[in-house]
Ligand binder design. Structure first.
Ligand code: K2U
Ligand code: ZN
Length: 173
């Protein structure tokens, strides 16, 4: 666990969520501190993944912990998908940036990802199941893509107005 201070999570339809993140130049103390704060943010929000884009930092950094015990943190820096299975599956997804909304998204069932870890070492990760879904979901965030963009325009507009209404009411309280 971490004692770092959580960061505010951007909420859809905030336009900053559509920013394309740039590669991390150096895996240094700043990046390690940011990863620490992203883990604090993810655990506090009961997420299993978080992309730097969601905390308004537009660099290619993802934190993930899909374990039941919430004790298997993984950091992916400058992740690249090297291989993705032809086989796809539609799964129910949510997003910490789109609170209360869940809907089906088609993803590859297995992927191989190359990324740097927090020590700056190159790693190759084979993922399937929830880990594969989570990595694909987070890598979309780094490309400025939110999962609601896979849904119909009608659904997306309904989600936008629902969240904007909730944000207006929260400002009034
Ligand atoms: O917002 C985020 O990027 C965190 C996502 C990660 C995720 C989305 C869909 C499917 C897998 C992972 C979630 O909000 S974390 C919340 C959650 C927890 C368990 C299962 C699905 C979603
Ligand atoms: Zn998300």
């Amino acid at each position: 666990m971490t004692s770092a201070q959580p960061l505010p999570i951007l909420c859809y339809p905030d336009p900053r969520l559509h920013t394309v993140a740039r590669p991390v130049e150096a895996v240094d103390a700043r990046i390690r501190e940011l990863a620490e704060r992203m883990f604090a943010t993810m655990y506090e929000a009961n997420g299993i993944g978080l992309a730097a884009t969601q905390v308004d930092v537009h660099e290619r950094l993802i934190v993930i912990d899909v374990s039941e015990e919430r004790d298997q943190p993984q950091v992916l820096i400058n992740p690249q998908i090297e291989w993705a299975s032809e086989e796809t599956r539609k799964g129910e997804e949510g997003c910490l940036s789109v609170p209360g909304i869940y809907d089906g998204v088609e993803r590859s069932v297995a992927i191989r990802v190359r990324a740097l870890d927090l020590s700056g070492a190159e790693r190759s990760i084979e993922a399937e199941g929830m880990l594969a879904v989570c990595i694909q979901h987070e890598m979309d965030h780094l490309m400025g893509k939110v999962f609601v963009e896979y849904l119909s325009l009608l659904k997306r507009n309904r989600i936008k107005s629902k969240l904007l209404k909730a944000q207006r009411e929260a400002e009034r309280d």
